[in-house]
Design a protein around this ligand. Sequence first.
Ligand SMILES: O=P(O)(O)OC[C@H]1O[C@H](OP(=O)(O)OP(=O)(O)O)[C@H](O)[C@@H]1O
Ligand SMILES: NC(=O)CC[C@H](N)C(=O)O
Length: 620
Amino acid sequence: MCGIAFVRLRKPYEYYLEKYGTPLYGLNKLYWMMEKQRNRGQDGAGVAVVKLDVPPGYRYISRYRSIDPNPTEKIFKKIYKRIQKALEGYEEYALNAQWLKQYVPFTGEVLLGHLRYGTHGVNALENCHPQLRQNNWRSRNLILAGNFNMTNVEELFNKLISLGQHPKEKIDTVTVLEKIGHFLDEENERIYREYKGQYNKQEMSRIIEENIDLQRVLQRACKDFDGGYAIAGITGYGASFIARDPNGIRPAYFYANEEVIAVASERPAIQQAFGIRYDEIEEIKPAHALIISKDGRFEQKPFIAPQPLASCSFERIYFSRGNDPDIYRERKQLGMQLVPKILEKINYNLEETIFSYVPNSAESAFLGMIEGIERRLSQARIEAVKKQDIEQLQKLETQYARVEKLVIKDAKLRTFIADDHSRNEFVSSAYDTTLGIVRPGIDTLVVMDDSIVRGTTLEKSLLRILDKHEPKHIIIVSSAPQIRFPDCYGIDMSRFGEFVAFRAVWALLHERNMENLLEEVYHQCKKAIAQGGNHENYVKQLYAPFSDEEISDKIAEIIRPASMKARLSVVYQSVEGLHHACPHHPGDWYFTGNYPTPGGNMVANRALVNYMEGKLERAY
Ligand SMILES: O=P(O)(O)OC[C@H]1O[C@H](OP(=O)(O)OP(=O)(O)O)[C@H](O)[C@@H]1O
Ligand SMILES: NC(=O)CC[C@H](N)C(=O)O
């Protein structure tokens, strides 16, 4: 998913030194926003700072990146230490803007931070953002960091080659950087040609910087992008942009006052760093870029034709921080609306049921579920009073939802976004439980989780732990619907073999001797890939013959550890339920296979072919 954090100081640098008494004002805000977005990426982080109007001969771009287990902390420690060291013996200049900007790194007005959750390329330092495209002409420098994933990297890569470029790697970060960089170069040339003869070469640099049209650069650079993106870029002279994809798949928010412009992938990061109200934060409109000129003026400008809204609902269910007030309410609603299904599963027997949840992102959905149960109980009491049904009233008087904290998560990190190599081991050691609470052989456990993707968290850890309580029945409730299809817009879920829902369908197809459907779909997908162009998502046909319940039951069979004694059921959210709870984030391709871009269908088709042919590579 990746997280972006951006700060633009709109006033002269000395203003902040005077007002806040420190050269670290912008950096501290950036640090805060990055810390509050650590949920978005654990593979690495990076920070780049651009200083405005530094004389030639002095560095004006500083950048640190890290793939340390605590990368943000590591980077900022290093930055602060570096600044402190530069000031040693020169303490009297600590608030001298001109001196700081000439001699101390990271003392600039335009700051960009990034937390990486890699979807293309390995978890190496060189793949961390911000990425730099350097040049001796200041206006040709480009610094880029983004939350994005492109489905058509191959095509974009080939286009770069046809332009005569020689890209150093075939990953989307490089392709995106080179693509935008190329059109920034062309924009430089366009202006040069326009003013040629009117100014000398040195003056020309200023003229170019004054006239660069970033909207035009983005219009030309992004037109072939097929993917989800929120991309932040800074030019060497300080003008910057944050561009959001035409479907609004990836999130981006901003806040501006007379001192700063701040951008982040999530609202709580901005709200907390600046101590403001939520209604002061705006969403960057899909298909628009927030363009900030060198002098600090800003405007949202369209750069691509808008497409139907498909904002990622998985952001709401799991990815984003749960303390965004809207997300909090949506998650509660997701949990609340599962109550009828759950009550049915436990035969309305609250006395012998314990409710709990998997920390952390499922907590709000769990609270919603409990609120839903309490509401139903109070409704039932009101009805019993109305009917003067004393017996029912007496029964209801002692009924309540038995809530216990059964699962404890020791690890601070998120298991889902841990890299593939360490994930299994990490999952098995991440959770612990509180024994001695459940009545063996009597109680049923209802445990809320936000998502079941690979099912490894349940299979390798939670079910084993929960079964130690010797409950009669364990019901795992997922606040998200079944994850059936790959994501190709920023979440690293690109192989069918990773989805427990797909493994379930695979098993069902074989059990019912439907291998011919599998063969047929495989050939359709293969043909589509060979033909290229726009195709439908043929893989949907594999899910079509089965009901949600059939797939859920098969999932329960698959994730059930061999040693487990309790009965096991899995209850999922429906897709309609998801849309009801999160009406403004209709993107649901991982649940439905309805991709908002043609490249998405191709990714699903390719992922199936890869699976059938035993290829483990990503499908984009
Ligand atoms: O089915 P799986 O593929 O195994 O993954 C799903 C699990 O991973 C996530 O937890 P995570 O530890 O990432 O995050 P959290 O603590 O923020 O909820 C999610 O909340 C599920 O519990
Ligand atoms: N999750 C993301 O947004 C990833 C960004 C980019 N595709 C990378 O792999 O680094």
